[in-house]
Design a protein around this ligand. Structure first.
Ligand SMILES: *[C@@H]1O[C@H](CO)[C@@H](O)[C@H](O)[C@H]1NC(C)=O
Ligand SMILES: *[C@@H]1O[C@H](CO)[C@@H](O)[C@H](O)[C@H]1NC(C)=O
Ligand SMILES: *[C@@H]1O[C@H](CO)[C@@H](O)[C@H](O)[C@H]1NC(C)=O
Length: 216
């Protein structure tokens, strides 16, 4: 059994609490070779039918990278975002329940890129937002429910040799559909009800080669 799952079980059983819980406002994780960060979600037993995920990344690597992974016991890509670039484009692969859709965007490595997704099980509609602008919507995994009891990882694809190089900040996961007008804002910290993964109150553990620093 993998160490991470043992952790999950220990936390579920209330045995230990080794994760830090902090407000990471104005900070970012800087990922070195094969480092990643595990994060706790506050989603309780309920499956997820509506989700919104936002984060910002800053990276110049063009090879395939993993930004965000939400793995459940039976599905290692219940929610995941990967990306790779080939100038002039960057492709984002967004996974729901193991199936993916991809979005083509202009490649840029100069500065933070803000990425959000909304997905609703009822319609399967997945909206991808890059820097507060929605791309044309796609449909994936209509009718699927995302399990709770998850392992969230930043900068690594669960059980795969795909990592991330660069910086990640402002990670938020809501267990409902955040309204479009809030998706067009950059101030995710004011969105209410609170997210189940909250950068302003993040329970996380650094795994290996990762530093947490104030943004420059
Ligand atoms: C974060 O940065 C903003 C803008 O520079 C500043 O107003 C705020 O006080 C900072 N917050 C923390 C916790 O450092
Ligand atoms: C969202 O998460 C909160 C906090 O864990 C929980 O109380 C609520 O029931 C969840 N909502 C859904 C739709 O799962
Ligand atoms: C998800 O959103 C749909 C449409 O707004 C709603 O009918 C449904 O109750 C929501 N599901 C949950 C678990 O909140």
């Amino acid at each position: 059994m993998e160490v991470a799952w043992i952790y999950l079980l220990m936390i579920a059983a209330g045995v230990s609490q080794t994760f830090a819980r902090e407000d990471l406002q104005n900070m970012s994780f800087i990922f070195g070779k094969k480092g990643y960060v595990t994060v706790e979600s506050d989603q309780e037993g309920e499956p997820l039918e509506n989700v919104t995920l936002c984060l910002k990344h800053f990276s110049e690597l063009m090879a395939r990278q993993a930004l965000f992974s939400y793995a459940t016991k039976d599905q290692s890509k219940d929610i995941a975002i990967h990306m790779e670039a080939q100038e002039p484009y960057r492709w984002y692969n967004v996974y729901i329940g193991g199936a993916d859709v991809s979005f083509r965007t202009p490649y840029s490595y100069l500065g933070w890129q803000s990425v959000c997704i909304n997905w609703a099980s009822e319609t399967g509609v997945l909206t991808f937002w890059l820097n507060q602008k929605a791309l044309s919507r796609k449909i994936v995994r209509k009718g699927y429910s995302i399990r709770a009891h998850t392992l969230v990882e930043l900068g690594r694809a669960h059980k795969e040799n795909i990592f991330f190089s660069g910086e990640i900040q402002d990670v938020y996961l809501w267990n409902y559909t955040v309204e479009a007008r809030d998706m067009k804002s950059t101030e995710w910290k004011y969105i209410y009800p609170l997210p189940v993964v909250n950068w302003r109150n993040l329970e996380y553990e650094i795994q290996g080669n990762v530093a947490l620093e104030y943004i420059v």
